[in-house]
Design a protein around this ligand. Structure first.
Ligand code: ATP
Ligand code: MG
Length: 333
């Protein structure tokens, strides 16, 4: 059943660069849609279809997503590297922001990949999450607005953060420094509907800080061999945090990523994860897509880079599921 929700159309991702401007797409998709609905013999080509789909992704009018019953703070964690944590954090955030919600992404990985994908400066001396964790800066003063949406904010990570795992060890309240920085007063002032915290691929103090500051954990799982390896350790750590530091924490969301429909293995992993985690797993599965992997090279999310691509549409679908659950108050303790 899982595999059925993966887009399987054969339309290839366009080989050329960034997406067509939305003002060009709108008239094109509208006139094509009209000609088809009028029953005229309009030509419906794969490119026209993709353009129409891009309009759905980009234009919130008919598709705005519901606000959560309460503000949601989600930590995107998996100590396994390269499973799609950053890609999922930024693309889900962008999808929610493009559809009317205010979203803050906290880049908690010294690699700064989330900052890159959101087009936010993270080199040199820019105010970053590092100074926030040290207590030298309020999170308000480290926030940058992404050029991809006025609703999308990011606290960048600079390379300085690389030393912080060690620096934090000797600090007071070392596990709850992010939680303190994200106090209810500060959050009320910034007023995001969603906060996504992008974790590094480790279970060190940065990830612990993220789990203490959040109510929910979102675990991306790659549909590949070894995908489930290490998951027990991750869940064990989450239980430790629940027991000692944050009783309100729950694994609310699992997102299957990089699904390759050509392999049997992908379906096996999907089935295994669904059997084990049930409804926590989103119905939407993110397919492996070249456009998704190209987007960060342009300092963009795939929603900005190629809104009509399968990758962009599946992240929008996943974001919609998350928003619908949030509106019902699910996953919020
Ligand atoms: P790290 O553990 O290093 O932080 P991560 O878990 O954040 O990694 P990503 O950086 O999101 O993982 O993804 C790893 C690589 O896979 C990146 O090059 C990314 O562009 C690519 N990638 C992610 N999702 C997809 C996808 N759906 N299709 C194709 N490539 C993808
Ligand atoms: Mg990452």
């Amino acid at each position: 059943m899982g595999a059925a929700s993966v887009p399987r159309e054969t339309t290839p991702d366009r080989p050329d660069g960034p997406s067509v401007a939305s003002d060009v797409l709108r008239p094109m998709s509208e006139s094509l849609t009209e000609s088809i609905s009028d029953g005229e013999s309009g030509v419906w080509t794969p490119i026209a279809e993709e353009a129409a789909q891009a309009m759905q992704v980009l234009h919130a009018d008919s598709l705005s997503l519901p606000k959560p019953a309460r503000r949601r703070v989600l930590t995107v964690a998996n100590q396994k590297g390269g499973v799609g944590k950053t890609t999922s954090a930024v693309n889900l955030a962008a999808a929610l922001a493009l559809h009317g919600l205010k979203v803050l992404v906290i880049d908690l990985d010294p690699q700064g990949n989330a900052s890159t994908a959101l087009g936010v400066e993270h080199r040199g001396d820019v105010p970053s999450i590092y100074e926030v964790l040290l207590g030298d800066l309020s999170i308000r003063d480290a926030i940058a607005v992404s050029d991809q949406s006025g609703n999308l904010y990011c606290v960048p990570a600079t390379i300085d953060l690389a030393g912080s795992e060690i620096e934090l060890v000797s600090m007071a309240q070392r596990e709850s420094r992010l939680k303190e920085a994200l106090s209810p007063e500060v959050l009320d002032e910034i007023a995001p509907d969603y906060v996504f915290i992008d974790c590094p691929p480790s279970l060190g103090l940065l990830t612990v800080n993220a789990m203490v500051a959040a109510q929910e954990v979102l675990i991306p799982i790659q549909c590949e061999y070894y995908a489930l390896e290490g998951l027990g350790q991750l869940l064990g750590n989450i239980e430790l945090v629940q027991a000692h530091l944050n009783p309100g924490l729950s694994v609310s969301t699992i997102l299957l990523t990089m699904y390759d429909g050509r392999t049997k293995l992908a379906d096996q992993v999907t089935k295994e994860v669904r059997d084990h985690f049930g409804d926590v797993v989103l119905r939407t599965i993110i397919p492996r897509s070249v456009k998704v992997s190209e987007a960060p090279g342009f300092g963009q999310t795939v929603l900005a880079y190629d809104p009509g691509s399968r990758g962009a549409r599946s992240y929008l679908d996943a974001a919609r599921e998350i928003a619908e659950r949030g509106a019902k108050g699910q996953g919020q303790g």
